[in-house]
Design a protein around this ligand. Structure first.
Ligand code: 13P
Length: 255
């Protein structure tokens, strides 16, 4: 049984005061909810504070990126060891915005996954095609490339610690959600690929989240799909009402 996981990717939003307010609201709304794993991924500046605020709560904290070296002269970077030390449990790796704007490649994704695992963090690895790639019928090629190369040399045992997030780039921040059928097709493809790379059990146990314009209104129909095990939420994770509503909707889905 795969436990549903709903994560909020705050991207480059929220000051300390704004982030604390959001987390206090989420704690209030979601205090007793245990059916779903809940994660918030704020900017680095908020990691220690929010980790403290959420100690012994049902909400975990994650970073949005990491660097693969443990320490050194790498101005501007933050290591997995430092993220772990901040109290975070998860780290998003390979988000399409990092691939698009900051030169992230499957090779750097792979290094970051290994470093995150070594530091004891749980990676959320993002994969997904652009609109141009989808229109050229390249979706499955891109997913294969991201998964095979991003997860190169990862063992089945390590895979137990990894969540995959399928985020079609054309659905991110556009209000244009993939239909449940489109998302399910991609998730099934990813799960079948994981079975080929690892084994059936590993593939069945890996959680695959959908990301791209998830909102309270479309959460249930997405999570209802057999291979969709949660959501990675951008815009709608920035407000207490919408993020709490998404988590609650997801917790009501039984399949
Ligand atoms: P939106 O939910 O704003 O489309 O963002 C999705 C995303 O990129 C989550 O990582």
């Amino acid at each position: 049984m795969r436990k549903t996981i709903i994560a909020g990717n705050w991207k480059m939003y929220k000051t300390i005061a704004e982030g604390s307010e959001l987390v206090n609201g989420l704690k209030r709304e979601l205090i007793d909810l245990e059916a779903v794993d809940i994660v918030v991924c704020p900017p680095f500046t908020l990691l220690p504070l929010l980790s403290d605020m959420l100690t012994s709560s049902n909400i975990s904290v994650g970073a949005q990126d990491c660097y693969w070296q443990e320490e050194g002269a790498f101005t501007g970077e933050v290591s997995c060891k430092m993220i772990k030390d901040s109290g975070a449990k998860y780290v998003i790796i390979g988000h399409s915005e990092r691939r698009q704007f900051f030169g992230e490649t499957n090779e750097t994704v792979n290094k970051k996954i290994k470093a995150a695992l070594k530091a004891g963090l749980l990676p959320i690895v993002c994969v997904g095609e652009t609109l141009a790639e989808r229109e050229k019928n390249k979706t499955f090629d891109v997913l294969s490339d991201h998964i095979k190369n991003g997860l190169a040399d990862i063992t089945a045992e390590e895979m137990e610690k990894i969540t995959i997030a399928y985020e079609p780039v054309w659905a991110i921040g556009t209000g244009k959600t993939a239909t449940p059928a489109q998302a399910q097709e991609a998730h099934k493809f990813i799960r079948d690929l994981l079975e080929k790379i690892f084994d059936k059990e590993t593939a069945q146990e890996t959680r695959i989240q959908y990301g791209g314009s998830v909102k309270p209104e479309n959460t249930a129909e997405l999570i209802n799909q057999p291979d969709i095990d949660g959501a990675l939420v951008g815009g709608a994770s920035l407000k207490v009402d919408s993020f709490a509503a998404i988590v609650k909707k997801a917790s009501e889905v039984t399949k």
